[in-house]
Design a protein around this ligand. Sequence first.
Ligand code: RP5
Length: 300
Amino acid sequence: MTIKTLLLLVSSSLLNKSSTAMIATHVKCRGGVYPRSTIQRVPVVDDEVSWSTEIKKYDPPDYTAQSVIGKPWADLDIADPNFKPKWNSIDGNVSRVSYLGDYSIVNGRPLNPMGRTGIKGRGVLGRWGPNHAADPVVTRWKKTDGKVNIQENSSRPILQFVAIKRRDTGEWALPGGMVDPGERVSAAAAREFQEEATNSLLMSQAEKEAWQAKFNKFFSGGDVIYKGYVDDPRNTDNSWMETVAYSFHDESGDTVGALQLHAGDDAVGVRWVDLDRQVQLYASHQAIVKAVAEKLNAHY
Ligand code: RP5
């Protein structure tokens, strides 16, 4: 399959001073079997992704996983008379606003602004429309005997970032997660790091507070590195992931860089990974770490 529209990292509206890499089209949420199911997506070739391209026959399966139905953290069924969402708005303490601008509602359902995915419904996602996540990119310089490692070919310093191995797909990923209703996105990024990459879930309340006191300053100084759509394998025509990714850099390596990592919650592994173009990551995380490398003038 030619992926002529894939690629592109185009810069868009800048947040703070950091550049925001945008995903030009989605690939990982097209084709194949939908995650945690036996439902086959209908194939959608590159030229058919956009809703503005008319397709004679497009009749994808309609799938909402049993695991989200009736859950307190999830929306009601779209046809439930008690479900009265305020699309494209802040709806109580749930944000139904997309970073991509207003999305369309067709036959009562929000339409994925990036186009067709070969499956409709909500899949395993909790929200119809945008599902908001936060991703922390925690970095330090790679050092040997206290000296920063310089990569021979690029002559640039090698950056390391914290990655977790996801329990659901087994892929390496940023230790991100969903923003809780009413939660500040930046707070969610720090909380997710704590839950996914440290042993905070085993800590007592006092230990958690001590951790927070120690790392509050570090995690309050993050730069927004990306804000937008995520090419997440769970996306559907009516439900999709969006994230804000924050870069938290430990220049000296003495703060978070010296932390003992511990896989928690949804992770089965955690480690410092040398950042370069060979790194394969979940969803759109590769584009995000690349943007961090560029921002810090690191080897990639
Ligand atoms: C990705 O899914 C986001 O970038 C974030 O890393 C993650 C959030 O989902 P869970 O890890 O909570 O499943 O799209």
